[in-house]
Ligand binder design. Structure first.
Ligand code: SAM
Length: 232
């Protein structure tokens, strides 16, 4: 991966960035995504936010070597603290982290989202936390994609301002993804069902304490929800 060639995963994130937007890429690491979008003439300007010194330095180097220092500002900051009101950021990308971390970053910095119309999140796991955050904070899921790269499955969630009600199943598997029923979607949840089945069998063999019983019941509920969603 470099500033002109993204991974399939980040390419999918990039595909949802509106033309001529002002972007903040949070957890930008090497700033590949904002550099790529600037080089392609897709965005007007960007902030690359990074909380760790090493990746921050790598981002500064990449922005500079691409001659993009006037258009992309790299900021050492925790989460959405990278965004100032005067930046007028319209689109936020936040990719390659766990869903729980993404949701906690959005929650901690929601006062920074004043001008933001779209959030594109790519949680590596537990996308449910991001969907839940969206539903509780005036965003709805306008699109979702799922893809496989190097044996791993990734979900990309596109949030926009608006209200929507989601069932537990929607929150778990994604309201848009469940309608699309792609092959990768089927594969992801078939894999999960097999894993949950294995865990439930192990729980059956453990001493039947109240905690074990509750764990198994919760897993059984999730299993049934997902099984009903799958069309094959
Ligand atoms: N976004 C890139 C991608 O998808 O390829 C990089 C993903 S990398 C696995 C996650 C990056 O997020 C790391 O560079 C990490 O330092 C950064 N990060 C984690 N927590 C953060 C936070 N609270 N604020 C800003 N950056 C954070």
């Amino acid at each position: 991966m470099n500033t002109n060639q993204l991974s399939k995963r980040l390419e999918m994130v990039a595909s949802f960035v509106p033309q001529d937007t002002i972007l903040a890429d949070i957890g930008s690491d090497h700033a590949y995504l904002p550099c790529y979008l600037m080089n392609k003439g897709r965005i007007l300007r960007a902030i690359a936010g990074e909380v760790v010194a090493g990746p921050f330095d790598a981002a500064v180097r990449n922005v500079s070597s691409n001659g993009l220092a006037d258009a992309i500002e790299v900021r050492l900051a925790n989460g959405l603290q990278a965004i100032e009101d005067t930046d007028c950021v319209e689109t936020v990308t936040i990719a390659g982290m766990g869903g729980t971390l993404i949701a906690s970053i959005l929650e901690a910095g929601k006062d920074r989202l004043t001008h933001v119309q779209r959030i594109i999140a790519q949680p590596n796991l537990h996308a449910l936390a991001v969907r839940q955050w969206a539903a509780e904070n005036g965003f709805y899921i306008m699109d979702e994609e799922i893809l496989q790269e190097d044996g791993k499955i990734y979900e990309v969630l596109v949030l926009e301002r608006g209200k929507a009600e989601y069932s537990n199943t929607d929150l778990l598997v994604g309201p848009v993804l469940r309608n699309k029923q792609s092959e990768v979607f089927q594969a992801k949840w078939q894999r999960e069902l097999i894993e949950w089945d294995r865990v439930m069998t192990a729980l059956d063999q453990a001493a039947q304490t109240e905690e074990i019983r509750k764990k198994k019941a919760a897993l059984q509920d999730k299993y049934e929800l997902v099984r009903k969603v799958l069309t094959v």
